[in-house]
Design a protein around this ligand. Structure first.
Ligand code: VGL
Ligand code: ZN
Length: 199
């Protein structure tokens, strides 16, 4: 039995205009995402959820600016402005997002020393969030993903989901990208190659 679920990635104030890591047009997707929420029986949300002083923040790295990279023990890491701090307004879901029927909220990025773009594995590609096990136990194997940002958290989540054997569709109209150094084109082609359906 392959049941469907909608996964709404990081539709939080800090990724919308006016937020700390604003994605251009991030708020424009809210009406479409709300429609998809109505259409889906099962809805899961992810929430970027960092402690203050998180190692992905440029402010923690002497002489580094946001959008530069550093080498972490687990590999290369892009640095970001301070964002989505646990309990802050920026970490809350967009106020127009109709999220109340969500059955699960997956919080990620809560370990100070590891960032987590994907809803499945942290950026070391080893530490699981528990989402794959949750979905399997509930026979939710046909996934539709939407949210922010297309080329980071949505793409990494979609790639991990495909690798884990889930069927994945990304609704591109219900996503917006950061697009850093060609990341949108690169991640879009990686998703296609991995068998992710782009709708
Ligand atoms: C994200 C950068 C840092 C995202 C989260 O949701 O795409 N990007 N944290
Ligand atoms: Zn983050």
């Amino acid at each position: 039995m392959a049941d469907k679920a909608l996964i709404v990635i990081d539709l939080q104030n800090d990724f919308c205009p006016g937020g700390a890591l604003a994605v251009a047009g991030g708020d424009e997707i809210v009406p479409l995402v709300n429609r998809l929420i109505v259409e889906h029986e099962h809805v899961i949300l992810t929430q970027d959820w960092h402690p203050a002083g998180h190692s992905s923040f440029a402010s923690e790295h002497e002489g580094k600016n946001p959008f530069e990279t550093v080498t972490m023990p687990y590999g290369e890491q892009t640095l970001w402005p301070d964002h989505c701090i646990q309990g802050s307004r920026g970490a809350e879901f967009h106020e127009k997002l109709e999220w109340t029927k969500a059955e699960l909220v997956v919080r990620k990025g809560f370990r100070r020393k590891i960032d987590s773009y994907s809803a499945y594995f942290e950026n070391d590609h080893e530490t699981p969030t528990g989402l794959a096990g949750y979905l399997r136990e509930r026979s939710l194997s046909d996934l539709t993903m939407v949210g922010l940002a297309t080329d980071f958290c949505v793409a990494y989540s979609a790639l991990d989901a495909a690798r884990e054997g889930f069927s994945v569709t990304v609704v591109m109209d219900a996503c917006r990208a950061i697009d850093l150094g060609g990341s949108l084109a690169a991640m879009t082609s990686m998703m296609k190659d991995a068998g992710v359906r782009l709708a």
